[in-house]
Design a protein around this ligand. Structure first.
Ligand SMILES: [Zn+2]
Length: 479
């Protein structure tokens, strides 16, 4: 006879609320946390001695492009090995559903960063969620629907503002997605297919999201020298519609924009006095997305992460490829399309300022489709806990954990996630705070993180002693 399924004994428990840890036992029954306290007198089917280790709520990756890879039964190793138990999909305007091709043979970039034409096989958002639930996934999925996907469905040409009829079509698709279980809408206004969307077009959709209590996440119109006006536009939409707003992967890209985070964070702090505005950040000074000439122009170095016509270009610098071909970098970039790249274009000072800003959340923005991905895919969370907490002291461990768990769950309105307390869902990560570190680098980007001992998703062990169990206990959550 046992009282509980799993008993984790003697860990330093960081409950996700940002306060000091305490040494306690944590008991799990079914998919929930049954009890938390010192020396629990319970008989357990499995007991884990966790003395010397840290126990936190499973990390919530608030910014992912995992829409397709969550459907792959073996696809979540990059996240589980970091201690991630929940991913938010559909960011930057890019979602796998509803099918954005609308008669086009291939998805319009940047939608193709999720996969090729074959990946886009869900006519409606409900079809996508049905496939996820049938699998089920190895982690929890909180899905967003992408504005660019809706735009590509509704419009024959994307280089202009939408008409009233096209906005009505987008609103109908948005309503279907929200009813099916999307937690909100994302926009990717910096990308060509959404750049011509007016603020009014965005606000029309955001108002529908607000009416359903949903979330709007935005890869803003400009993350370079125009980042200040982009933050102003974002705050304007939030104020006009009342939508809960999350600024994605906040950054100041290109040398001319370095230092502007002092201004943008002050604007966000002021807006937060009256509006629900959050932000996320990944702990690297290089960005990554599809091949875009204007991104390359502002970058000190550009490394190709994938290319359909030239697969072997992945991992090579654009400048070296251009020199070998005897062309300029922009010509080489055009020849490599469709493809993606890593853009070294940020300043460490801005990154540190944004990461240390109390409301900021940690997301990976990892790109699982890429042949030579940005190392954030495999390393974002341990990099914060290793490099920025232990090695550099930028944050304390409890604060960093809260940016991955409790604060994130609050921003997403995930009421039974992100905290260690009786009754909460049993998403947990046990790690060694002295050893946790990212091992993935730009040169070797798929090395699993170090120091993560055990990961529990909805009460079931997904990773033990550093090895994946293959169990898939994730759920579609949030709505
Ligand atoms: Zn983005």
């Amino acid at each position: 006879m046992t009282d509980v399924d799993l008993l984790i004994r003697g860990a330093r428990v960081f409950d996700g609320g940002g306060g000091a840890p305490s040494v306690a036992d944590v008991a799990v029954r079914g998919d929930a946390i049954a009890d938390v306290g010192p020396d629990l007198a319970l008989r357990a089917a499995e007991t884990v001695d966790a003395e010397g280790l840290a126990l936190a709520p499973g990390f919530i990756d608030v910014h992912t492009h995992d829409d397709a890879v969550v459907l792959d039964p073996d696809g979540m190793a990059p996240k589980l090995t970091q201690g991630v138990t929940t991913v938010v999909t559909g960011n930057c305007g890019i979602s796998l559903a509803p099918d954005p091709r609308a008669g086009r043979p291939a998805p319009t970039p940047p939608l193709d960063l999720l996969g090729g034409a074959g990946a886009f096989r869900f006519p409606r958002f409900a079809d996508y969620l049905a496939a996820l639930r049938a699998l089920p996934p190895a982690v929890n999925v909180a899905p967003l629907v992408g504005h660019t996907a809706l735009r590509a469905r509704a419009m024959d040409a994307l280089d202009r503002p939408a008409t009233d009829a096209e906005i009505a079509a987008m609103r109908a698709d948005l309503a279907e997605a929200l009813a099916a279980g999307a937690i909100g809408l994302s926009t990717g206004l910096a990308y060509p297919p959404a750049r011509f969307a007016t603020t009014d077009e965005v606000a029309a959709l955001a108002a529908d999201v607000a009416a359903k209590g949903g979330l709007w996440t935005t890869h803003m119109r400009d993350e370079r020298t125009g980042v200040v006006s982009a933050v102003a536009e974002t705050i304007d939409v939030a104020r006009r519609t009342g939508v809960r707003t999350l600024i994605s992967h906040h950054k100041c890209a290109g040398a001319a924009a370095f230092g502007l985070s002092a201004t943008t964070l002050a604007m966000i702090a002021e807006a937060r006095k009256t509006l629900a505005i959050d932000l996320d950040v990944y702990p690297y000074t290089a960005s990554s997305t599809v091949l875009l000439a204007d991104f390359a122009r502002d970058s000190a170095r550009v490394t190709v992460s994938w290319s359909d016509p030239f697969p072997d270009a992945a991992g090579r610098d654009l400048s070296a490829i251009a020199a070998e071909w005897g062309v300029d970098a922009e010509t080489a970039l055009e020849r490599l399309k469709p493809g993606g790249a890593i853009y070294h274009q940020m300043d460490e000072g801005d990154l540190r300022r944004i990461l240390a800003f109390p409301p900021s959340l940690v997301g990976s923005d990892g790109l699982p489709r890429d042949r030579r991905p940005h190392p954030r895919l495999w390393g974002a969370f341990p990099r914060v806990l290793g490099r920025y907490v232990r090695d550099e002291g930028l944050l304390d461990l409890a604060t960093a954990v809260a940016k991955m768990t409790g604060l994130t769950a609050a921003a997403l309105r995930l009421r039974d996630r992100g905290r260690i307390a009786p009754g909460m869902k049993a998403d947990l990560v046990l790690f060694d705070p002295e050893r946790i570190a990212d091992a993935a680098t730009y040169e070797d980007p798929t090395r699993p993180a170090l120091g993560v001992e055990r990961v529990v998703v909805n009460g079931r062990t997904a990773l033990a002693r550093g090895a994946l169990t293959g169990d898939r206990a994730g759920a579609v959550i949030g709505a």
